[in-house]
Every structure is written in structure tokens, then in C-alpha cells.
Design a protein around this ligand. Structure first.
Ligand code: 4NP
Length: 155
């Protein structure tokens, strides 16, 4: 059993997009009983809210449903629950590294480390930009999710 937690700042744009897309890929691969997926934000501003309407619309246009998701904040107990904690950008990663227990045996990394040909290292925050930012997020997340699934399936 593998467990994956996607982390961004608000948990309403990037990490729910990764959550929904990776979950769909896991289910399509018949691995839903073997790979647990969740997402959260380092910040608390949007706790309890559904994903941003722009993220939901962009994902729906590609066949992914984000509407069941609700934002929550990262908690120290997540280090006990997840063995892959994947940050959308370096700021999120620094936040996680600062909280990481010395004996945590899992992976804390940038999500785009799993992209097969990463054009950038970070998933850009689309919150204050235009609709195009959400398309960029989807392109990066779809490719990195495929890479992550391959990595988890590798013997
Ligand atoms: P996310 O985007 O981290 O991809 O969910 C953001 C959402 C909200 C805020 C910042 C980024 N905010 O400052 O409220």
C-alpha cells in the first residue's frame, strides 16, 4: 500500500488538481485499493472550501471531477499517514522540510521531480493569474501524475 499527499499553498488550485487527476489515473489502472491519495495546503485560508471554480472548470474540460474535494491544512500527523509527500513549489517544500520529523522514512519532494521531461521545477501558482495558468497546471500535473504512477508501479 502506497500513500500520496499532494501539498500546495491554499489546497484549492494546484494540489486538488493533482489529487483529482492522480486519483483518476490510479482508478483507471485498477490500483485504487493499493494507492491512497489526498491533498492539503500549507495555509489555512480556504479550509473547508471546494476547489477554485476556475480549477474545477479546467479539470472538467479534460474529464476530471474535482467537485467532491474540500480544502484542509497540512498537519504534523500527515508524516505518519503518508509515505510520499509531494510539494507543488519550493516554498511548500521548505514548509514541509521545516516540520519533517528526523525519523520520517518517506519521501518529501517536488511533485515535478516525477515529470518525465519537466519544463520547470515548480507548478506555478495560478490563483492570481488568468485562465491560461490553469491549463499550464493541468499540463504539468497530467504528465507528472503519469510519471509518479510509473514510479510507484516499478518493482
Ligand atoms: P493553490 O493556490 O496553492 O494552488 O491552492 C492558491 C490559492 C489561494 C491562495 C494562494 C494560492 N491564497 O493566497 O488565498
Amino acid at each position: 500500500m502506497a500513500s500520496v499527499l499532494f501539498v500546495c499553498l491554499g489546497n484549492i488550485c494546484r494540489s486538488p488538481t493533482a489529487h483529482g487527476i492522480f486519483q483518476a489515473q490510479v482508478e483507471a489502472a485498477g490500483l485504487a485499493e493499493h494507492i491512497a491519495v489526498d491533498s492539503c495546503g500549507t495555509g489555512a485560508w480556504h479550509v473547508g472550501e471546494p476547489p477554485d471554480a476556475r480549477a474545477t472548470a479546467a479539470a472538467r474540460a479534460r474529464g476530471f471531477d474535482l467537485t467532491p474535494l474540500r480544502a484542509r491544512q497540512f498537519a504534523a500527523a500527515d508524516f505518519e499517514r503518508f509515505d510520499h509527500i509531494l510539494a507543488m513549489d519550493r516554498s511548500n517544500l521548505s514548509h514541509l522540510e521545516a516540520l519533517r520529523p528526523a525519523d520520517y522514512a518517506g519521501t518529501v519532494a517536488l511533485f515535478l521531480d516525477f515529470h518525465p521531461a519537466p519544463p520547470v521545477r515548480e507548478v506555478p501558482d495560478p490563483y492570481y493569474g488568468g485562465e491560461g495558468g490553469f491549463e499550464d497546471v493541468l499540463d504539468l500535473v497530467e504528465a507528472a501524475s503519469r510519471g509518479l504512477l510509473e514510479a510507484l508501479r516499478a518493482p
